[in-house]
Write a protein that binds this ligand. Structure first.
Ligand code: NAD
Length: 361
């Protein structure tokens, strides 16, 4: 099993180091190879996704990714900005299915901004289509308007588009995921306004005919955004497009207490995957040893389960994380009265210790 380790920028290096420590204590045979990506790669090689990094990622069974980006790169031409590395990896590896579980751990109920009864026991899986939609649609650009409200004025435009096979494959992923859970899928769209999402709704409805055991409902994205904070437990599997999924999954992350708790997996048709926390490189807290490494550690667990077929090892990590939270250890982002505040490294070491303790019986 080969894992490409791409820590990236900001807190990426700090949190990935902790996930690697956790993987190392599992007594599994991995080959792990580290490479530069994002701003770090731009500084060293003049490109956020150097060819050697892409090659390593493509040849590995899985990629463990930290985060990329820093405000100091914001003035670079768009193709050279750190965030392009992640888009390049998704595109080249064909990572079309993004899984973002939002689970509220019993111990963190108090860290959410919602009332405990709304989120206690919450366990939602948001499945976001990752390689289509307005983020990749062509044409896009800037031009002088020839029509619209202000002909002759400067304007910018993007293209929202989805093909039938793109929608079909993500719908299959969602229905199959629902089979392993509570057999409910909510498809989120904006079919009342957008042609692309009327098509989305039609295709998801067609694919649903293959899954008579799964209940499907459709919801407009504005209503879904409201329902996520009003009654989040009404959802189980949520499937949606690239842009709506981007926004809704960040909203869902706050239900769980902190974006620092939210792992993610992005898979292609061969189950090769890229695993990363849902948050960014957090330049505001980088280098301070205070970032929460748990989203990255839980992403490593997803990697073991989905791409490396090591479900038991994944269970061990998740159990260790729960026991560390139960023992009252918290990084600053999830800290509350009565808990012990720990650093990034202390949190990682505590998870390692919990795994070691269970292996000793
Ligand atoms: P961010 O997710 O980096 O940070 C948002 C807020 O959450 C900040 O206050 C940060 O301190 C906090 N936070 C994030 N992760 C945390 C953790 N593990 N523990 C504790 N607190 C945490 O988003 P941003 O500030 O909008 O973006 C910063 C940079 O990250 C930008 O350059 C952006 O483009 C990039 N970014 C990268 C990715 C990625 O690599 N996949 C995703 C999102 C943003």
């Amino acid at each position: 099993m080969k894992i490409a380790v791409l820590p990236g920028d900001g807190i990426g290096t700090e949190i990935v180091a902790q996930a690697v420590e956790v993987l190392n204590v599992l007594d599994l045979k991995f080959e792990m190879e580290t490479a530069l990506v994002g701003g770090a790669a731009f500084d060293a090689h003049g490109h956020p996704l150097p060819e050697a990094t892409l090659k390593l990622a493509m040849q590995s069974d899985a990629v463990l990714f930290g985060a990329v980006g820093d405000w100091k790169y914001d003035k670079l031409d768009r193709p050279l900005r750190p965030e392009q590395a992640i888009l390049g990896l998704r595109k080249n590896m064909g990572l079309f299915a993004n899984f973002r579980p939002a689970i509220c751990y019993a111990e963190l109920v108090g860290a959410s901004s919602l009332k405990p009864e709304l989120i206690s026991g919450l366990d939602i899986l948001i499945i976001r289509e990752l390689t289509g939609d307005i983020y990749f649609g062509q044409p896009r650009g800037r031009r002088i308007a020839t029509d619209g409200h202000f002909p002759g004025a400067e304007e910018a435009f993007d293209t929202m588009r989805y093909s039938r096979p793109e929608i079909e494959r993500i719908a299959h992923v969602a229905f199959q995921a629902a089979r392993k859970r509570s057999k409910r899928v909510t498809s989120v769209d904006k079919s009342n306004v957008l042609e692309t999402f009327q098509f989305w709704r039609d295709v998801v409805t067609d694919v649903h005919k293959d899954y008579p055991d799964i209940a499907l409902d459709h919801m407009y994205v504005d209503n879904a955004a409201m329902q996520l904070v009003k009654e989040p437990k009404r959802f189980d599997v949520v499937v949606t497009g690239n842009m709506f999924g981007d926004i809704l999954s960040d909203e869902a992350s706050m239900l769980t207490g902190s974006i620092g708790m939210l792992p993610s997996a992005s898979l292609n048709t061969e189950n090769q995957g890229l695993y990363e926390p849902s948050h960014g490189s957090a330049p505001d807290i980088a280098g301070k040893d205070i970032a929460n490494p748990l989203a990255t550690i839980l992403s490593a667990a997803m990697m073991l389960r989905f791409s490396l077929q090591q479900g038991q090892a994944a269970d061990r990590i998740e159990t260790a994380v729960k026991s560390v939270l139960a023992s009252g250890l918290r990084t600053s982002d999830i800290w509350s009265e009565g808990c012990r505040k720990v650093s990034t490294r202390e949190m990682g070491a505590a998870v390692v210790a919990a795994i070691t303790k269970t292996s000793k019986g």
